[in-house]
Design a binder for this molecule. Structure first.
Ligand code: PEP
Length: 251
């Protein structure tokens, strides 16, 4: 059985006081949840204060990006050691905003994935097609390349998470239907099976991301191969994120 993972990507939102207010409220709302993993990924400046606030709670912390080197002359970058030091156990890598706004390639994302694993962080490798790629029937080709290249050199014993995020559904209010998302998730699992064998492929969590909200969470999360969600906009309010976390529980 794969344990659900509900992750909040706060992107470039929240000052430190705002971040603390959000996690204080969230902690209270999800305090009784113990059968799934809950992750928040604040901006770098809020990581350490948020990690202090989360001590002893059922919520874990992740970074939204990192560079693959441990230290050095890399102005503006954050290393895996720094993320660990700030209390992170996960890191989002290859998010479509990193790929499309900051020009990250599969090769760079792969270096980051390997570095995260080597430093004991669980990478969440984001993959997904652009609208024109979907419309020209290239979804599988694009996603397969991102998965294979992003995970090059990764050992089957290592823990990693995949997030399928169709780029046309991120921050747009357009969500993939559960059936459409499930089709790609199943395809990703087949690619993983080809790379690592079926036992490993069946244990990897594949999250869906792209305008997940309390209203559409259950439909998506009830699909067989959707093992959680990577939530952007709806993770910025404790109430909506908690509703997604508790999509199948009594209110
Ligand atoms: C994301 O940031 O990964 C994301 C899916 O954003 P949103 O939920 O706002 O579409």
């Amino acid at each position: 059985m794969r344990r659900l993972l509900i992750a909040g990507n706060w992107k470039m939102h929240k000052t430190i006081p705002e971040a603390l207010d959000l996690v204080r409220e969230l902690k209270e709302l999800v305090k009784d949840v113990n059968d799934r993993d809950i992750l928040v990924c604040p901006p770098f400046t809020a990581l350490y204060p948020v990690s202090r606030e989360l001590e002893g709670s059922n919520i874990v912390l992740g970074g939204q990006n990192m560079y693959f080197e441990e230290q050095g002359a890399f102005t503006g970058e954050i290393s895996p050691l720094m993320l660990k030091d700030a209390g992170c156990s996960y890191v989002i890598l290859g998010h479509s905003e990193r790929r499309h706004i900051f020009g990250e390639t599969d090769e760079l994302v792969n270096k980051k994935v390997l570095s995260a694993i080597n430093h004991g962080l669980i990478p969440i490798l984001c993959v997904g097609e652009l609208l024109e790629e979907r419309e020209s029937g290239k979804t599988q080709e694009v996603v397969e390349k991102q998965v294979r290249e992003g995970l090059k050199g990764v050992d089957g014993d290592n823990e990693f998470v995949i997030a399928y995020e169709p780029v046309w559904a991120i921050g747009t209010g357009k969500t993939a239907t559960p059936e459409l998302a499930e089709e790609v998730h199943l395809f990703i699992r087949q690619v993983l099976s080809d790379m690592f064998g079926s036992e490993k492929a069946n244990s990897v969590r594949i999250l869906y991301g792209g305008s997940v909200k309390p209203e559409n969470a259950a439909g998506l999360l009830n699909m067989e191969n959707i093992d959680g969600a990577l939530v952007g906009g709806a993770s910025l309010k404790a109430e909506s994120f908690a509703k997604i976390v508790k999509f199948d529980m009594e209110a």
